[in-house]
Design a protein around this ligand. Structure first.
Ligand code: SF4
Ligand code: SF4
Length: 254
């Protein structure tokens, strides 16, 4: 629980800063603070030597910094700083208060649904590179929320997209992050290599499964000695939920 307070404090600071910039108080457009913008700007940089649309060097710097962070500590950005991840987690907690039990797709179905984030990544990049501008703003929850459905959004279609994502987040934990986030797809291979991870002491584990129940990504921690899973955000919810002292620990290991 203490880790969650710390995590949520950081989330609130980041959310506050993005909101501040989105309200027009910063000296840059708020889209400059989106690391996925770094991916979207790559083609323009290689072919024309310039950033497309409202993107700039900050997008690329953030993307490179997050590659480094992911190699160090898996998808910590998602679990500690991403405003969309935070809003998704809050929706999930709200949904749990109403429904008590959440839908947690697992096994093959979950694996197949997770392929959608690679589809989203490829489609987003191809269409953006071909058009030379950010034509998919109307489907991007970060842009829809922080622009207040501003320039480039698609009216009713954008409302439906955000509505589906919110309802999905109420029913399925981390709905957008699990199945649709293109930035998560970019980080997947790097996350597997992340040095800082959770380790489990098999001798003291009682196999209660509380770790998996607490995990927002439904990772079966009780079956692993080291959590190398690509979806792990090092949120440490499993660690806080474990009833056995010194069973789950934070370890630096390749
Ligand atoms: S919560 Fe702790 S004791 Fe229970 S299964 Fe997970 S690691 Fe083992
Ligand atoms: S395995 Fe533990 S640290 Fe990783 S995402 Fe799940 S709860 Fe968070």
């Amino acid at each position: 629980m203490k880790t969650r307070y710390l995590r949520y404090s950081l989330f609130i600071i980041v959310l506050g800063l993005v909101t501040y910039v989105a309200l027009g108080y910063g000296d840059r457009p708020f889209e400059n603070y989106c690391p996925f913008g770094g991916m979207e700007s790559l083609w323009g940089l290689f072919t024309a030597g310039e950033f497309s649309c409202a993107l700039g060097p900050l997008n690329l710097s953030l993307l490179l910094a997050l590659f480094g962070l992911t190699l160090l500590s898996k998808k910590s950005f998602c679990g500690w700083a991403c405003p969309i991840g935070f809003l998704g987690e809050l929706c999930g907690r709200a949904g749990k208060k109403v429904a008590k039990e959440k839908i947690r797709p697992s096994g093959r179905l979950d694996g197949i649904l997770k392929l959608l984030r690679y589809v989203v990544l490829i489609v987003f990049l191809i269409l953006t590179y071909r058009a030379g501008e950010l034509i998919l703003r109307g489907y991007d929850p970060f842009y829809l929320i922080f622009s207040g459905f501003g320039h480039g959004t698609l009216g009713l279609v954008s409302y439906i997209v955000l509505g589906v994502l919110v309802v999905g987040a109420l029913i399925i934990p981390m709905f957008f992050c699990r199945y649709f986030c293109p930035l998560g797809a970019v980080f997947d291979p790097f996350s597997r290599l992340g040095v800082i991870k959770i380790s489990r002491n098999e001798a003291s584990c009682n196999n209660c499964g509380d770790c998996q129940k607490a995990c927002p990504h439904n990772i079966p921690v009780q079956t692993l000695r080291l959590v190398r899973h690509r979806d792990c955000t090092n949120c440490f919810e499993c660690l806080d939920a474990c009833p056995e002292g010194n069973t789950l620990n934070i370890q630096a290991k390749w």
